[in-house]
Design a protein around this ligand. Structure first.
Ligand code: GLU
Length: 417
């Protein structure tokens, strides 16, 4: 029988429905939360280097602005779909709520493969996309940020395009900007730093330490690389890492910086001296204590979840684990720190960047990490306590916390008109 194609939006709804049942969520509020508030589909004609015109498709989805402006990244990937962006926007609502920052959720995406495009082509596509979504974004409406395959340079182009349209400089329309134009210290490592804090807290709950714990990291972008580096620096042993071209393994340990140097030179971690080649699937099942999926959705399903050896999983990616795999982890008592908590460090420092931009007053790196640690620590403890009280896993607990805050805000504001 052909496998049904994975749909992240259906998965997001399934997660919401499960928790709504458990927490006896008001059916009217449940019905509201099941829909994105607004979704924009845009066409992005782009002049390519060879003189031809390619028309890309892009999306910006605003799931909720009940607790504050919509917030969430923009991803560039050939497999982006409207349903994926809808799911990612809904997950942003829960993420901002679980760490209790005053935002709703949004997300954007463009169907393209930036790895096959020149910088000029990416810039022209980015600027046209920014112009097309210009009508719904803004510092008090919806604030984009980086995500898969976008970076501070992409954010700078969006900030410039928005500002040129306004006629004055509006840095706080976007976060994840370069420092020189109003970015925040610490933002580039924030997702991994927050993820590291949650792993540290989970390890502590298990009454052990990170020393010599075997770590496997899937994905070697911003989140994956820095997560590997922070875990390595804290005494853990990184035994496997991977990127879209494959993975590498060494039971004696891999130096994350050396792997990054190799990737910079050759475009992949594969082939690093002293390591053996493994597939991305093998990485998830390798002999390790801590597994960090830091790439894309839907990589851990029921069948391979049974073969995962890690005792702790920290989801640096959004949506890597399906609800069926969650059931396997519940039965195996594997601790899975859910995406909406484990990778919330990125949006938390984005929030700091926005606050600093609005005030025109910038913090030291020490202040940024001090506040990040405080917010992540509190969110982890709240989630842990909720899981104990409700006798459920950490994902269900994080959802109970997040959904109840959004539900309460919806009730207080009431339905307009
Ligand atoms: N794209 C990141 C995420 O999925 C960061 C979003 C933001 O900083 O607004 O959380």
């Amino acid at each position: 029988m052909a496998k049904v194609k994975f749909n992240p939006w259906e998965m997001a709804l399934e997660q919401l429905d499960a928790v709504a049942g458990k927490m006896k969520l008001d059916p009217d509020i449940h019905a509201i939360l099941r829909k994105p508030r607004r979704a924009l589909i845009v066409s992005i004609p782009t002049k390519m280097d060879d003189g031809s015109v390619k028309v890309f498709e892009g999306y910006r989805v605003q799931h909720s602005s009940t607790r504050g402006p919509c917030k969430g990244g923009i991803r560039y990937h050939q497999d982006v779909t409207l349903d994926e962006v809808k799911a990612l926007a809904m997950w942003m609502t829960w993420k901002c709520s679980v760490v209790n920052i005053p935002y709703g959720g949004g997300k954007g995406g463009v169907v393209c493969n930036p790895k096959e495009m020149s910088q000029g082509e990416i810039e022209r596509m980015t600027r046209r996309f920014a112009s097309e979504i210009n009508v719904i974004i803004g510092p008090e409406k919806d604030i984009p940020a980086p995500d898969v395959n976008t970076n501070p340079q992409t954010m700078a182009w969006i900030m410039d395009t928005y500002s040129m349209n306004k006629g004055y400089c509006v840095p706080h329309v976007i976060t994840g900007k370069p420092l020189e134009i109003g970015g925040s210290l610490g933002r580039n490592v924030a997702t991994a730093q927050g993820c590291f804090y949650t792993i540290q807290a989970a390890v502590k709950k298990m009454r052990t330490t990170l020393k010599n714990k075997k770590v496997a990291v899937q994905g070697y972008g911003n989140a994956g690389f820095f997560a590997a580096k922070f875990l390595h620096d804290a005494g853990a042993k990184v035994v496997a890492v991977s990127d879209s071209k494959g993975g590498i393994y060494n039971a004696k340990g891999i130096n994350p910086e050396t792997a990054m140097e190799h990737k910079r030179k050759t475009t992949t971690v594969v082939g690093l001296k002293g390591t053996s080649k493994i597939t991305n699937e093998e990485l998830l099942e390798c002999n390790c204590d801590i597994l960090v999926p830091a790439a894309l959705e839907n990589v851990i399903q029921a069948d391979n979840a049974r073969r995962v050896k890690a005792k702790i999983i920290a989801e640096a990616a959004n949506g890597p684990t399906t609800p069926e795999a969650d059931a396997v982890f519940r039965a195996k008592k594997t601790i899975c720190i859910p995406d909406i908590l484990a990778n919330a460090g990125g949006v938390t420092v984005s929030y700091f960047e926005w606050v600093q931009g609005l005030q025109g007053f910038f913090w030291t790196e020490k202040e940024v990490f001090h506040h990040l640690k405080g917010i992540m620590g509190r969110a982890f403890e709240d989630t842990w306590d909720t899981a104990k009280r409700e006798k459920c896993d950490l994902r269900t607990a994080a959802y109970i916390l997040a959904v109840s805050r959004v539900a309460e805000a919806t009730k207080l504001r009431g339905i307009y008109p």
